[in-house]
Design a protein. Sequence first.
Lengths: 231, 405
Amino acid sequence: MKLKQLFIATGALAAALFANTAMANEGHGPALKHAEVNVTDQEQIRRGLTVFSDVCMGCHSATYVTYKDLMDYPEIGLTREQVDELRGDHALTEGMRTGLSPEDGEASYGKTPPDLSLIVAARRGGANYVYSILTGFEHDPAGKIPDGSFNEFFPGNRIAMPDPLAWLDHDEADTAQLEQDAQDVSAFLAFIADPHQNERRAIGCWVMGFLLLLTLVLWRLKVEVWKDVKH
Amino acid sequence: MLNTIMKTKLFGWVDRRTGAEAIIKSQLTEYPAPKNLNYMWNFGSLALLVLVLQIVTGIFLAMYYKPSAAFTYGAYTVAFDSVERIMRDVNFGWLIRYMHAVGASAFFVVVYMHIGRGLYYGSYKEPRELLWIIGVVILLIMQGSAFFGYLLPWGQMSFWGATVITELFGALPVIGEYLQQLLRGGFAVGDPTLNRFFSLHYLFPLLLAAIVGGHIHALHVVHSNNPEGIDLTKPEEKIMFHPYYTVKDAFGVAVFLLGYCYFVFFNPQAWGYFIEVDNYVPANNLSTPAHIAPVWYLTPWYTILRSFESKLLGVIMMGASLAILFALPFLDRSKVRSARYRPVFKQMVYLFFVTVIVLGYCGHSAPTPTLKLVGQIATTYYFAFFLLLLVVPKFEKTKPEPEGI
């Protein structure tokens, strides 16, 4: 098999894999809404952090993100004063944990609210899924599930989480703001699921550039070394 | 450069005590290789590269990883936490872990290509039977290593994957139950399982390294096959491994690294194929995921298992599907090696490659009646391929092989 054939075969296999993935992402309930999420946008991530600490942290934690991380990650980059205000009595090295105990959570909602450190990585659709859930509270068309427990995008439609942003029956005038809040918090959660992702992609560009050059050089070298071999 | 080193006094001192120069000459610089090897012959050296990458990254991961299923906060455990600490707090821990996780899949991509090449060009035939058999042993140990390693993050798919696979052993008569408990270190997958899997995950790659040494030694005794599948008798048909194949392999390494680094830096989860979405959910023995499937490289064999109604039969056939690879050199008695000169075998082997991909697809997808039937048909052909090889040489009209290259 010559090099060209090998590339064609690899390409065909990759295409098949990709088509397969596209199919795998469909067929899980309604198509998810698209969230405008930018994990390099400090403004958006900070707004998302505010939504997270004001709303989500009533019940949820992000235990893998410490208060110190909020200063150290350049994508958030809060000042010491801002972090001090946010953390209250909690130590800098503590994770961001809710005040709601697991027992109280279970008593109130029937299950312990999950930790959100990895929620974007742990759900098919990632940030789009989180955004869709937050803006997916509707009246049950079948009229079976009570308002506040029906979510268009949740598997099985019955969700234990009460409508956190008060999306259901909100005023038309508030739509844009609520959508923005939902997207911002999705951006924050997408960022903290893999906090070195921006650094990773930045380094990756240099690595790929270097490897392209190396490949080119080694290819010419191979051709040069092999030019006298009749085969 | 190597020549300069070999002329130094220090090298001379070492050489008189080890015979290093003779080894380097016979195994590398003056090792004769067929001049017509195509790019399918690059995957052997790539497999060696990935093995080294896996061992090196693995050693660093083991410095930070803690095998314990003790709960820490919420549903999280010590093991899950330690992986997240590597991802978040260890300097370049994310790089090491993604290299290791992507490396596992890369290893199988490369090795499956390597095996496919061996099949297509008849590299398993006389005199290379033992070389092939050692290779199958390597494949089995790799699959074991990968399976043990996937438990370590202690996510949902780790836990339930290990539960399903260890349960298989329970289906065996008489010793089944004992074997299952031995593997798990108890009645269910738990903390003891995690500890022994970590131990075995460290042991197996070291075995692998030793057996790969044997594989390379066996290769250097019988020498490489070639795309024409003929024995090379004339010296002008061969070239020195160095520099011809060292530079060609280096070029192959660069192309491979382009693909590997794309996944490491831009797509480490590979849409859930390399690191499954469910494995970001901490293990929970009270909540079974909607769909449990092994990672893609084990799915063909998972489909064979699922194709039989009886669990015991499924386990036996899955074992047989791997064991039959050992018998391949003795099933196929055709004197002609390369598929280039075997028209019937060529069609069969192409269909076999497609079959394995279909089996993989079926094993990865949620089971449906259609997929089950497709999987059963593919399973039938998987075995038929090997059994047909017994009779194909009796009627196959092979094309004339060239005298030389």
